[in-house]
Design a protein around this ligand. Structure first.
Ligand code: ACM
Length: 760
């Protein structure tokens, strides 16, 4: 080859490599460990057969239902070896591992177990166009590109949770939820079956648990949902779970044992393990109201934060708890049973004579010790019945046996997972941030869930294996409908699915592209997912002469409509189908709608401000870094006027929560100068949990105030080159510890503020 040809070939080869790395070979989520594309296609038509051993007929049935839905007929079973899909178990693979080989005449799907084969069927399913899933829409055949896939999960525990107590969900919805879990290769569904607001599973020995305990008069959270339903119909209470009794409106519902057994069977055919939670000793008000002997005081009511728990000092409590769990063990074949153990208000134990007596007898020093006594005793009972206990991380306090499984959730107790590992426990990660999917989603949630590090940085190698995986929780206080539950869970659950299955080879850019094609499948499956965010929306927009408003829709099933008279956009508002020129100060409300209904799905309030460029200030003798003023308690007044003197001062060129701070609620003011190198419009992005307000000169540039979980807000300001007064006030109310400020200039990617810009 001539030198020039060699060079051209080399450039072509490099380009191809780069292109291959950027463009995923197949649109599958979670992305498999290894994919090799080959030439040719396999056509599945009614003449194709299925070759399956006896112990994979359930999985074959699932595949055949998909194929029947696509082409109108099931495939015949046959032992032949051409024009056939062959399912096999291969004991040399790990349980959920599978290999998929598609060649022109033969598809071989082998799995380490029937679960492995089933996971491979979900890959096959996603390789079919979503049109194959449209009910009643028949395709002449299904065409599959020849390829080789080798795939296995990174984590053994890949879960979602659903709280069916605060609001209730139908069995049909549970089945749909399980179907979605199966599609994305999850393997666990944790059902939070009981809580103060409702007992949701029939217990034959204690019928009042559901006769009374499954029903409540409407509570504050119901009222809050009803208020929100004025703007969003998905926030209305589900009328199937409302009844009138004795002239009173009640909310409730429960699953009979028969329904639950049937549901567990359904989930088993989809290789999803149902883990039930019966939360005790706290969160038991619904049970205590029905069986008052359960508490130390004979009643239960709300204390400062939580309700009166059951009494761990009376034998009758253990008799009740064991009888309940005996029935639970019989319904749920899972070896894991969750006992809760979170958020216990122990004051009623501290003043109880029976508890004082038990403490004396057992040498227990504190009420926390009583909680540990209760959980440990219950764990022995679980183990004697062949079950393993899972509890929220509070079960670690005052000691727990190493055989219990710990579910970590309290972000503000960061040492808990390591403490559990050191005690020999296995750990499931479900930290509030980012895995509480009841927290409202925002434009960063997908990234945060996708990049969530299941094993915290710096954990010793020997302990890492005992972090078995992670789970996202969907607490339903503010989730009164099935559509709302889907909106909160999807697409975040899809990001978590890839994180947990394909942890080591995650690539958010590639995921984001593949997710766009998944939305079309979710449309076909009737899932009310949250529509994708518009790219790079600046909510407080600044211009000097004029500005243009336009966004490209990321997916087909989306329409943008807007108003400029402060009213909420509706399905009748003007559609933003061409650029809109803005010349004056204007408030635009931009609504995102799906093509499938008239509900407003997302609302962007865009404030356009005409600004003149802000003059710089001169300040001699500046030093590097901002001044941080730390107040270890939150102010009582929202303007902070009662904070006279900071508890400490420090200088810093990084805007973040210093790791040394351990106060649960505090304030930091960062003040000084920002020295920008060029005149123009600067954009600032402030992501914080809780409140953050950024001012430059006299302008509030980003107002992300209020007590809230992590959300990002942004804003702009037109600055002359040089120095400008800078102030960022951050309040932490407890739990989040998140503070991040980025900037962009002339459409650059958002980045940390350069240290050289920050002065005092
Ligand atoms: C919890 O969120 N109370 C486990």
């Amino acid at each position: 080859m001539k030198k020039l040809h060699i060079l051209l070939f080399f450039i072509f080869f490099l380009n191809t490599m780069v292109w291959c790395r950027q463009k995923p070979a197949i649109d599958v989520i979670p992305y498999p460990s290894s994919v090799t594309l080959m030439n040719g296609t396999f056509i599945i038509s009614s003449g194709t057969a299925l070759n399956v051993p006896q112990d994979l007929v359930g999985e074959a049935d699932f595949l055949n239902e998909l194929i029947k839905n696509a082409i109108g007929s099931k495939l015949q079973l046959s032992r032949r070896n051409n024009n056939v899909i062959k399912l096999i178990k291969n004991k040399s693979l790990k349980s959920e591992e599978y290999r998929l080989n598609v060649s022109k005449n033969l598809i071989i799907l082998s799995g380490g177990s029937s679960a492995g084969v089933f996971r491979g069927i979900q890959t096959l399913r996603q390789l079919f166009s979503e049109k194959a899933e449209i009910p009643g829409h028949l395709l002449p055949s299904l065409s599959l590109r020849c390829l080789n896939i080798e795939d296995l999960p990174s984590f053994e525990y890949r879960g979602l949770h659903l709280d069916v107590s605060r609001h209730f969900f139908s069995v049909d919805f549970l089945k749909k939820y399980v179907d979605m879990l199966a599609l994305y290769k999850f393997n666990k569904l944790h059902l939070h079956l009981t809580d103060d607001q409702g007992w949701r599973i029939e217990i034959k020995k204690y019928p009042k648990l559901t006769e009374n305990g499954a029903w409540r008069t409407l509570n504050n959270q119901d009222s809050a949902c009803i208020a929100k339903a004025a703007d969003n119909p998905d926030m209305a209470l589900d009328s199937r779970f409302l009844r009138k009794k004795d002239g009173q409106q009640q909310y409730g519902g429960y699953y009979t044992q028969k329904q639950m057994i049937d549901f567990v069977k359904y989930a088993t055919t989809r290789h999803i393990e149902i883990i039930p939670e019966i939360d005790m000793p706290g969160h038991m008000m619904a049970a205590i109201k029905s069986y008052p002997f359960l508490s130390c005081t004979g009643d239960s009511h709300w204390g400062k934060l939580f309700t009166t728990p059951i009494c761990p000092c009376k034998e009758s409590t253990y008799e009740f708890a064991q009888n309940v769990f005996k029935e639970i063990f019989a319904i749920f074949p899972s070896k894991y049973i969750h006992i809760g153990g979170d958020e216990v208000d122990r004051t009623s134990w501290e003043t109880s004579g029976v508890c004082n007596e038990l403490m004396r007898k057992e040498g227990i020093k504190t009420s926390a010790g009583l909680q540990s006594y209760f959980i440990n005793r219950m764990e022995k009972f679980f183990n004697a019945n062949g079950k393993k206990l899972i509890g929220w991380d509070e079960i670690l306090e005052e000691g727990i046996s190493s055989t219990a499984m710990v579910m970590y959730w309290r972000t503000w107790v960061p040492e808990a997972p390591l403490k559990a590992l050191k005690n020999g426990n296995r750990v499931i990660m479900t930290p509030g941030e980012p895995l509480y999917f009841d927290y409202p989603p925002n434009k960063n949630s997908l990234y945060n869930v996708y990049n969530f590090s299941v094993i915290p940085k710096g954990y010793p190698d020997k302990d890492r294996g005992n972090i078995v995986g992670a789970q996202a929780n969907l607490w339903s206080e503010m989730i009164p409908s099935e559509k709302r539950a889907e909106y909160m869970a999807f697409p975040r659950a899809i990001a978590l699915a890839e994180n947990l299955w394909s942890h080591e080879h995650r690539n958010f850019k590639s995921f984001s592209k593949r997710l766009l094609t998944q939305y079309a499948r979710l449309d076909v499956l009737g899932v009310n997912y949250r529509l994708p965010d518009l790219e790079n929306v600046i909510t407080d927009r600044v211009f000097i002469n004029q500005d243009t408003l336009f966004y490209k829709n990321p997916i087909n099933n989306m329409v943008l409509r807007y108003t400029d008279n402060e009213s909420r956009p509706s399905a009748k508002s003007l559609s933003l189908d061409k650029p809109l020129i803005i010349k004056e100060n204007k408030l635009i409300k931009l609504g995102v709608f799906s093509k499938t209904d008239t509900n407003l799905r997302e609302l962007y309030v865009l404030n356009f401000k005409k600004q003149t460029i802000m003059n710089s200030v001169s300040k001699p003798n500046v030093s590097s870094g901002l001044l941080g003023s730390y107040y270890k308690k939150l102010p009582l007044r929202s303007d902070g006027a009662d904070l006279t003197k900071p508890d400490s001062l420090f200088y810093t060129d990084m805007i973040s929560v210093p790791p040394s701070i351990n106060s649960p609620a505090f304030r930091i003011d960062y003040t000084g100068i920002i020295d920008v190198p060029e005149a123009g419009i600067y954009t600032f992005y402030l992501d914080c949990d809780d409140s953050g307000i950024l001012s430059i000169g006299d302008n509030v540039v980003v107002d992300n105030g209020g007590m809230h979980s992590a959300i990002e807000k942004n804003g702009q300001v037109a600055l002359e080159k040089g120095m400008h007064p800078f102030k960022l006030v951050f309040l932490e109310g407890g739990g989040g510890y998140k503070l991040k400020l980025l900037y962009s200039f002339k459409n650059s990617e958002p980045a940390e503020l350069p240290q050289l810009w920050l002065k005092h």
